[in-house]
Design a protein around this ligand. Structure first.
Ligand SMILES: [Zn+2]
Length: 204
């Protein structure tokens, strides 16, 4: 339970998930960062222009063989030519993961433990090969993206308007690896699999 309130408008925040680090005030649209005993205002939560969405916060969906997924957070990234959406949530067994939806392509992504992060000399570029957990991947895309909006609850703080570099890599049999690089030297790697969009089905 939470008795935390929005530092902007004073409304009660929704019941917080154990992993939540950032929450969207449903009343005034503020982004609120959760700290140990305090909350910090992080600006507005951005505009999520309406678009038909395969996945929606609060609506359980079946993701092919992965089973049912319940999205509890949603971030939209703009990469110049368009945008893609990332949903954070849990599978039926409680596993937390991200699902990305880019022009109808759906991928399920889990963080790669730091011990399995690829070793890379210099910045990523297309064609560069990396290896993680014994699997070889080739870089297929490098670009910059900006988080433009978020809804729900997230396990990390997302700074809207902040630009980061991302790189996508493809491996054997549709395996995917992706990375995010931030200006302060932070990085995060994810491994994933494609989900057939025809196997994404609303359960409610
Ligand atoms: Zn508020």
């Amino acid at each position: 339970m939470t008795d935390r309130t929005c530092p902007n408008c004073g409304a009660a925040l929704p019941e917080l998930l154990a992993h939540a680090r950032m929450v969207n005030c449903e009343f005034c649209g503020s982004s609120v960062v959760l700290e140990d005993a305090a909350t910090r205002l992080a600006g507005q939560a951005g505009v999520m222009a309406d678009a038909p969405e395969l996945i929606e916060v609060g609506v359980p969906v079946r993701l092919g063989e992965a089973g049912s997924f319940n999205a509890t957070g949603h971030v939209r990234y703009d990469y110049g030519r368009g945008y893609w959406d990332e949903y954070h949530g849990s599978l039926e067994d409680g596993t937390l993961l991200w699902v990305s939806v880019d022009e109808g392509d759906v991928a399920l992504q889990r963080p790669v433990p730091k011990s399995n992060w690829p070793r890379m000399q210099g910045p990523p570029r297309i064609g560069r090969q990396v290896s993680s957990n014994g699997i070889d991947y080739t870089c297929s895309e490098v670009d910059n993206a900006t988080a433009v909006a978020f809804r729900g609850q997230l396990p990390e703080e997302i700074v809207l308007g902040e630009i980061h570099m991302y790189a996508n890599f493809s491996g054997p049999r549709g395996a995917i690896l992706s990375a995010e690089f931030w200006g302060d030297g932070e990085a995060a790697w994810f491994t994933g699999v494609w989900i057939d969009p025809y196997e994404v089905e609303r359960l409610a």
